[in-house]
Design a protein around this ligand. Structure first.
Ligand code: PLP
Length: 268
């Protein structure tokens, strides 16, 4: 018998194509050496060409999954991905309070505010954005939006590093402790620069931009790698740095699969 590993919980949707969502989260947890657990919020019908549809899981089944693992196995860090509806978001927020995940001094909690797939398919019902703002961001140790998600959550359009800072401030004002504004979609910039801030510290995480379109599941993989490091006890800046190095390698080794967009790689 070996020692009990650290544990990480993902609260997210299933991707039948195995590129993003729960499937990406669990394999990233595994690759990072933590025991992965899941509360599934929705089942998407999906392949490399996009999301053809989804069914959400009843909110009480989502919260029962969280309670089941938190009260027995323990959670060292948690993250959310696709949450589908305002009802699920509100129920998840209440349950996180109950099991002492999120908020200052409690178990670290990463919010990846997933709203749409990279094909533009909606993964969140319209009224749910407000629930992310009011219910999740005040509980988040870290929120990890891409530039589309920044625009949806704050109304700000990021076009350069200056506006990336402004966006980080707007998200901190909504209550998150730390914000990672991902700059991967910023045009005309040679590197991928992500901006990490808690309002006092500002850190730029810089990495190469790889010439690949196969980046499906990249956001989930980054947020999961950061969550795994938080589960192991790292602070947010070190966990974000470790996550950045993990996603760089996953993008560098991404592969085509199907006729559309292939996944970032879990193999190395
Ligand atoms: N499907 C599910 C279940 C997801 O959670 C996500 C992203 O978080 C996606 C699809 C979209 O992934 P991508 O934007 O990498 O295509």
């Amino acid at each position: 018998m070996t020692a009990t590993p650290r544990t990480a919980l993902t609260i997210a949707g299933s991707d039948s194509g195995g590129g993003a969502g729960i499937q990406a989260d669990l394999r990233t947890f595994f690759a990072c050496g933590v025991h992965g657990m899941s509360a599934i919020t929705a089942v998407t019908v999906q392949n490399s060409l996009g999301v053809q549809g989804f069914s959400e899981v009843p909110a009480e089944t989502v919260t029962a999954q969280i309670r089941a693992v938190a009260t027995d196995m323990g959670v060292d860090a948690a993250k959310t991905g696709m949450l589908a509806t305002a009802e699920i978001i509100t129920a998840v927020a209440r349950t996180l309070d109950e099991v002492r995940i999120g908020r200052e001094g409690q178990v670290p909690f990463v919010v990846d505010p997933v709203a749409a797939s990279m094909h533009g398919d909606a993964l969140l019902r319209e009224e749910a954005l407000e629930a992310i703002r009011t219910e999740l961001l005040p509980r988040a140790t870290l929120v990890t939006p891409n530039l589309d998600e920044v625009r949806l959550l704050t109304g700000l359009t990021v076009t350069d590093p200056g506006s990336q800072r402004e966006a980080a401030k707007a998200l901190l004002d909504l209550g998150a402790q730390w914000v990672l504004v991902k700059g991967g979609h910023l045009e005309g910039v040679p590197d991928c620069v992500d901006l990490l801030s808690d309002g006092t510290h500002v850190v730029e995480l810089t990495g190469p931009r790889y010439d690949t379109r196969h980046t499906h599941g990249g956001g989930d993989t980054l947020a999961s790698a950061i969550t795994a490091s938080l589960a192991k006890g790292l602070g947010v800046p070190d966990a974000a740095e470790a996550g950045k190095r993990f996603i760089e390698r996953a993008v560098a080794e991404s592969y085509p699969l199907g006729s559309g967009i292939g996944p970032v790689s879990p193999f190395w």
